[in-house]
Write a protein that binds this ligand. Structure first.
Ligand code: SAH
Length: 373
């Protein structure tokens, strides 16, 4: 018999639907628990979202057949590479989905927080000229399950193998891995909902970082969530900014700042301004003065990070002297600014360094950052 599927029909599990449970709507987990009692759905949801474990056999209160049906597909990706740095306090994963997309995630342990830097896209279409991912181009959007599963996987790993001296769970998430999160709005919104509503994370401990995608910033402001927003500014005049961030042509500085102000007014959350400092490009006194003026006007906090040079781009890291002069200038103008130390440089987990991939025998560096927030 070959009955047509209706909108409500659910394919039998274990056969047709071999996606990870993270790629199912959390309200549809009965597709996995099947004929079992409804409370099995709640148990499974708890394993996936509240107390994630690395393998299905660790979901000890679930019947064996459910565990078996999940055996090879708990995660929507496989681990292709895992590396550690900074005396074990930084870990980087390169995940690979079944269609070959690479997903990179960096975990950073600090004394009172554990921050996870996640990717929202494989590759990126924004083409920022100093960013390795930008040089590599766009592969595809990650779905909500692939985005959330990076958090769950880190939590499952931390439970088995915590970072000494840091919380044994992800306390902060930053969307500063590969991709422009606001260009993948629907999936990012759904992943945020799962982090906040299902995994019980505090919205304010999650930072969406944007290149200045104005419509996305306005849309996110209107969601009524207390999510933190970081705006990657890097320049105070449109000519310079467009040369670094091509999207500035479409959404110039004034529009980005207006959207940032709207975000602050709607949510009450202070904006962070990200500033990647590049030698001889945006590290002069005039840029510092105008940046401070913008930040003070917006009541924003500035995060300065030194460029991590990537082989495909011409920019250079600032000198120590230039960094302190820039920070001093910001302080003199009354701005609140922090210089962020990079993590994971030696494992290519630092900003702009993720995803060293081997292409045709040549090693090409692509990817983004493991930034502290
Ligand atoms: N697309 C989003 C999020 C990913 S990039 C955004 O632009 O904000 C996250 C941060 O890393 C951004 O502030 C970006 O400017 C910065 N970044 C990218 N490449 C870098 C590099 N090579 N060195 C230092 N920071 C870099």
């Amino acid at each position: 018999m070959n009955l047509p599927l209706t909108g409500q029909a659910k394919p039998p599990l274990g056969s047709a639907d071999l996606r990870s449970p993270y790629q199912l709507d959390p309200a549809e987990l009965d597709r996995i628990t099947g004929e079992h009692a409804p409370y099995r759905v709640d148990q499974l949801r708890e394993w996936l979202y509240q107390h994630p474990v690395l393998t299905a056999d660790q979901m000890t209160n679930l019947p064996a057949d459910i565990r078996r049906s999940l055996a090879d597909r708990v995660w929507p990706f496989g681990v292709e590479m895992e590396q550690t740095a900074d005396y074990g306090r930084t870990r980087k994963w390169l995940f690979r989905s079944s269609d070959g997309a690479s997903i990179e995630t960096v975990l950073m342990g600090y004394p009172n927080r554990t921050t996870l830097c996640i990717s929202s896209q494989a590759g990126c279409a924004m083409a920022c000229t100093f960013c390795a991912t930008g040089q590599f181009g766009f592969e595809r959007h990650l779905d909500a399950g692939e985005i959330f599963a990076q958090v769950a996987f880190a939590n499952a790993t931390l439970r088995a193998d915590p970072i000494e001296g840091s919380p044994a769970r992800v306390t902060n998430v930053v969307f500063m891995g590969m991709g422009e999160p606001l260009a993948n709005y629907g999936n990012v919104k759904e992943a945020l909902a799962r982090m906040i509503d299902l995994a019980n994370m505090a919205a304010r401990s999650i930072t969406v970082s944007t290149v200045g995608h104005v419509p996305g910033m306005r849309r996110l402001a209107a969601e009524g969530r207390q999510v933190s927003l970081a705006v990657s500014l890097h320049a105070t005049d449109d000519e310079l900014r467009t040369s670094l961030v091509p999207l500035n042509d479409r959404y110039p500085i004034e529009a980005v700042l207006a959207a940032a102000r709207y975000y602050f007014e709607r949510t009450g959350r202070r904006i962070s301004i990200e500033w990647t400092l590049m030698a001889g490009v945006n590290d002069d006194a005039e840029q510092a003065r105008r940046l401070a003026e913008i930040a003070v006007g917006l009541r924003a906090h500035i995060n300065v990070i030194a460029l991590n040079p990537t082989p495909l781009t011409p920019y250079e890291a600032p000198t120590h002297g230039a960094i302190s002069a820039f920070m001093d200038a910001l302080a003199t103008e009354g701005a609140h600014a922090t210089f962020r130390e990079t993590r994971g440089r030696e494992i290519d987990a630092a900003c702009g360094q993720l995803r060293v991939r081997s292409l045709g025998g040549k090693t090409t560096e692509t990817g983004t950052e493991g930034k502290d927030q």
